[in-house]
Design a binder for this molecule. Structure first.
Ligand code: ADP
Length: 554
């Protein structure tokens, strides 16, 4: 533009391109010698440009203030007053704008000067076209590069999903891949259950792969996109959640709180059936377009078969594990019953002996042993029926007003008398009353004290400490026994959990499972602190309920 200004001996020159409407346009190159106010006014240029583009002819204005085309726009404006503009005509005959020069005093342009300006315009067009072509070319190359990169990412994600033998990890891989591919904030998969409106699994995964939400076997929230996909809707592109009808999409509020604005949602299919939906969300409105939607569709559709395969493998494994567990359980039960049964049969044989061979003390010992064996069998059967009740969700308590300390005293005395083993010492206030199920609370104490004795050396002491702790009663059962490994603690309160000991200790791994159910139904909590080789402390906290309780702290 500097060259144009110098050749035409004017202070101002520029290229102005028309916009899509008569009220738009822009200067793409300009030169103004000296002060800024010499630059031409936008409105003025727009008016001249419109005329040049419409007519395809040059426009020469000796004084903008007097010319009919510009008088309205130029009144009182500082800057150039004479303008010469020629059309920029592209090789395909279009006129996208003009080349103009302007002077700060009124002047005319000779035919030679105009011809020179037209030559300069032709040069300008070539430059502009070259620029546009190279920009288009660079854009094309960039688009291809991104496409290839996305295809590579897609293939890598599908390979990772296919390599998973676990259903959940396959879904997680799918989400991680989809979020990376679509540059999403987070992703969700919903796997459909057998009935409409049901989902068997929902996973929400963040960009870094962490699972932040997981739900199994739950209904879809009302007005959810997943329900629509399950009902057969095609893949969906949500431009802006905030513009959706809140009546129809009740989830809008939740998404709004999470800062989500746009999303792509695609069905996951396997064997011609819809098995789930894939959702990738973004915080910017309009972030996704049809290209991203079709990418999500491809990914979800192709991952479907791999996910279904992983789901079947997981189901088979679970069935095998359940079968193994059942076998183990049956072996455990028969083993635990066989022991007292052997004692029973043995002593019955003994008692059959004629009078002179069995002395009265021997007869008494045999009866004690029979009694003990029968009680053990009854306890096993009671534990089994309790466990069945807990499993079926039918475990209930009947709270009455009672004294915890009196119950603990009874249990401690009874367990102490039960046989050789660690001493049991009770430290407690005189009374601690609350509303609890008497029988269940005694069962809880028996289980904890019996375990403490079972897993401790005979010469050690088991301490039972009861205290009032605010609105709760606290029971500590402290032993100096074998202890429990830190990694075993999370499984401790699950049914049929038993850890190897150096010698046989009877039990079916149900005691602590039942203890936890008793504590939970009372609204309390149970936990354990333990060190291998040093001993364990089981701590139970039970709310005492109501103001009528009269416990005293130790
Ligand atoms: P069990 O009837 O087999 O003892 P529990 O449910 O009462 O079943 O206990 C489960 C397992 O927890 C036991 O097999 C044992 O390995 C461990 N355990 C429980 N209490 C203690 C304790 N006080 N010290 C060490 N290990 C314990």
């Amino acid at each position: 533009m500097r060259l144009a200004a110098r050749m035409q001996r004017v202070p101002v020159a520029g290229i102005y391109l028309a916009g899509p409407s008569p009220y738009e346009g822009c200067t793409v190159a300009s030169f103004a010698a000296g002060a800024d106010e010499r630059a031409c006014d936008e409105a003025l240029l727009r008016a001249i440009c419109r005329h040049v583009c419409d007519s395809g002819q040059p426009v020469i204005i000796e004084d903008v203030r007097a010319h009919p085309l510009t008088a309205g726009e130029a009144a009182g404006l500082p800057g150039p007053v004479a303008v010469a503009a020629v059309p920029l005509q592209t090789t395909d005959g279009r006129v996208p704008g003009m080349l103009y020069v302007a002077d700060c005093r009124p002047r005319a342009w000779s035919a030679d000067e105009l011809a020179e300006l037209e030559d300069l315009a032709a040069l300008g067009v070539t430059g502009l076209e070259l620029h546009a072509v190279s920009a288009e070319h660079a854009e094309l190359i960039e688009r291809e590069r991104r496409r290839a990169e996305r295809m590579q990412q897609l293939a890598a994600t599908l390979a990772r999903v296919a390599a998973c033998s676990e259903w959940e990890s396959a879904l997680r891989e799918l989400l991680i891949g989809a979020i990376a591919l679509l540059d999403g904030d987070y992703g969700v998969v919903q796997m459909f259950g057998p009935n409409p409106g049901e989902r068997s699994l929902m996973l929400r995964v963040e960009r870094d792969g962490t699972v932040v939400e997981r739900e199994i076997a739950s209904p879809f929230p009302a007005g959810s996109f997943a329900a629509a996909i399950q009902a057969g809707s095609p893949a969906m592109l949500v431009d802006d959640f905030w513009t959706l009808d809140p009546e129809q999409y009740s989830l809008r509020e939740k998404l709004q709180q999470q800062g989500v604005r746009s999303a792509v949602i695609a069905p996951i299919e396997a064997g011609g059936q819809r098995i789930g939906s894939l959702h990738v969300n973004h915080h910017l409105p309009g972030f996704y377009g049809p290209a991203e939607l079709s990418l999500a569709e491809t990914l979800a559709a192709q991952a479907g078969a791999a996910i279904e395969r992983a789901r079947l493998t997981t189901a088979r494994r679970q069935a095998e594990a359940a079968r193994e567990q059942l076998q183990e359980f049956m072996a455990l039960v028969s083993h635990e019953l066989r022991n007292p049964l052997a004692v029973l049969l043995g002593y019955v044989q003994l008692l059959r002996r004629p009078e002179p061979l069995l002395k009265p003390e021997g007869r008494l010992r045999a009866l004690d042993a029979l009694d003990d064996a029968a009680r053990r069998m009854r306890r096993l059967l009671d534990d089994l029926s309790d466990a069945a009740r807990i499993g079926a969700g039918h475990f209930a308590i009947r709270p009455v007003r009672m004294d915890l300390v009196a119950a603990a005293r009874r249990v401690v005395e009874h367990e102490q008398r039960a046989g050789p083993g660690p001493r049991v010492v009770l430290t407690a206030p005189e009374r601690l009353e609350g509303e609890w199920d008497r029988e269940r609370l005694e069962q809880l104490l028996v289980n904890l004290v019996r375990n403490a004795r079972k897993y401790s050396p005979p010469e050690s002491t088991v301490n039972v400490v009861i205290e009032r702790y605010g609105e709760a009663a606290r029971i500590h059962v402290v032993d100096q026994g074998i202890g429990i490994a830190r990694e075993a603690i999370p499984r401790l309160f699950q049914p049929f959990t038993r850890f190897a000991t150096t010698h046989y200790v009877y039990g079916m791994g149900l005691g602590l499972y039942i203890c936890k159910a008793i504590v939970d139904t009372h609204g309390g909590r149970i936990c354990v602190e333990s060190t291998i080789g040093r001993g364990s402390t089981f701590i139970v906290e039970l709310p005492v309920c109501n103001a009528s309780c009269v416990g005293r702290s130790a």
